[in-house]
Design a binder for this molecule. Structure first.
Ligand code: HEM
Ligand SMILES: *[C@@H]1O[C@H](CO)[C@@H](O)[C@H](O)[C@H]1NC(C)=O
Ligand SMILES: *[C@@H]1O[C@H](CO)[C@@H](O)[C@H](O)[C@H]1NC(C)=O
Ligand SMILES: *[C@@H]1O[C@H](CO)[C@@H](O)[C@H](O)[C@H]1NC(C)=O
Length: 368
């Protein structure tokens, strides 16, 4: 087998190091196809590997903070930063001790300043404009501007590599079911060590399904959630037509139904949107929500109901304070307020770079 010989060669050259490589490559190019040098991931610190000539490569180290053939030499500022940067253990120690100090910070304006700093630093970890997607291992306008793509921070593994991970690992990825069972299958109940519960899982599921909506039609690399972020598309629908079906067009509100004196999402007969339900469920029993699949699980329905009630509650307050506003202005303003709440309820305020109000290209779940 060609690949067996090749992988034997790969481990051989890994052992004997770089000195042999040019000679080996020269020799092998006669009998074997040259391995794309980018499959070795030679560029460090997220430098971008670019093929040059037939067997060469260059690393684009732009804005990595490093330079050199493989982006391994730190620039002056990087050197200083690395020198001064405390270790994770030190961070952990400081954050879990000195309660009095944190109490002071928490009760003053420093808290907001600090939070803003933390969030900006984290937001800046995300490349902007966004870089790669599953079809483009190089920077392109298409990867940036075609928002149907999920984007990614790291380039995909080149197509012509010996293994799915480049040159390391097995040639065949392990069976997904085997992995899931090996790592996740439990044979007896184990309480969550942090004392959290199913509601948290449903919260996460509900929240993430506004921006993770893989397109069935276009394929795995594509999303239907073109807002790419916390736009509450799971409450308002991921397109204008769906939003209009869900809206009451009165006082900015969303359609709803009252069951036993309590407010719930409307039925699909009242708000004719596509919902995924088992075939036996008749239309008048299907609840119409922003997200197509939320009828499938009670926890998702529950959160959809809470947010629907919240939207209409905010509309009531807005209308009281702004009796002159149109339905459209009440709706749009309530949506902005709920997006703000949606980000905050997630546990911390959300930075602007993810799902911000300014269009930011196909940022996508890579940002999470
Ligand atoms: C009752 C529990 C759950 C069930 C039955 C369930 C079921 C599913 C199914 C069938 C898919 C589609 C897989 C595919 O297309 O190949 C999926 C995708 C997904 N699930 Fe779950 N899941 C559950 C819990 C969760 C939780 C707790 C989260 C928390 C974040 C979550 C997040 C996701 C995400 C982000 C996707 C990808 C969605 C997309 O890209 O379209 N799920 N889930
Ligand atoms: C860059 O990496 C390649 C492959 O790992 C190695 O052969 C080469 O010597 C490195 N160059 C420098 C300047 O470190
Ligand atoms: C920080 O202050 C807020 C009120 O501003 C309070 O709700 C919260 O419990 C405080 N956090 C801690 C850890 O003391
Ligand atoms: C985005 O790319 C996909 C795949 O090439 C293509 O089918 C789709 O039409 C593109 N969308 C836009 C808006 O160009």
């Amino acid at each position: 087998m060609l690949w067996q010989h090749l992988s034997a060669f790969l481990s051989f050259s890994a052992v004997f190091g770089a000195a042999l490589a040019p000679w080996m490559a020269g020799d092998l190019s006669v009998s074997l196809p040259a391995v794309n040098p980018c499959c070795y991931y030679p560029c460090q610190h997220q430098g971008v590997c670019v093929r040059v000539g037939l067997e060469g490569y260059e690393c684009d180290c732009t804005r990595t903070g490093y330079f050199g053939a493989n982006c391994t030499s730190p620039e002056l500022w990087t050197r200083l930063y690395n020198l001064l940067k405390p270790s994770p253990a030190f961070y952990h120690f400081v954050l879990t001790h000195f309660r009095w100090f944190w109490d002071i910070i928490n009760s003053t304006f420093i808290r907001d300043t600090l939070m803003r700093l933390v969030l900006t630093v984290r937001a800046n970890l995300i490349p902007s404009p966004p870089t790669f997607n599953s079809n483009y291992g190089y920077i392109s306008w298409e990867a940036y501007a075609n928002v149907s793509y999920y984007t990614r921070i790291l380039p995909p593994v080149p197509d012509d590599c010996p293994t799915p991970m480049g040159t390391k690992g097995k040639r065949q990825l392990p069976d997904a079911q085997l992995l899931a069972e090996r790592f996740l299958l439990r044979h007896k109940f184990e309480a969550d060590p942090r004392g959290t519960n199913l509601m948290f899982a449903f919260f996460a599921q509900h929240f993430t399904h506004q921006f993770f909506k893989t397109s069935g039609k276009m394929g795995r690399g594509f999303t239907k959630a073109l807002g790419h972020g916390v736009d509450l598309g799971h409450l308002y629908g991921d397109n204008l037509q769906r939003q209009h079906q869900l809206r009451l067009f009165r006082d900015g509100k969303l359609k709803f139904q009252v069951v036993d004196g309590e407010v719930y999402p409307p039925s699909v007969t009242e708000a004719p949107v596509h919902m995924v339900y088992p075939p036996a469920v008749p239309k008048e029993k299907q609840l119409a929500m922003g997200q197509e699949v939320f009828g499938l699980l009670p926890g998702l329905c529950m959160y959809a109901t809470l947010w629907l009630r919240e939207h209409n509650r905010v509309c009531d307050i807005l209308k009281r304070e702004h009796p002159t506003w149109s339905d459209e202005q009440l709706f749009q303003t309530a949506r902005l307020i709920l997006i703000g709440e949606g980000r905050r309820h997630r546990g911390s305020p959300r930075p602007t770079s993810h799902g911000d109000l300014v269009p930011s290209g196909s940022a996508g779940p890579a940002r999470l």
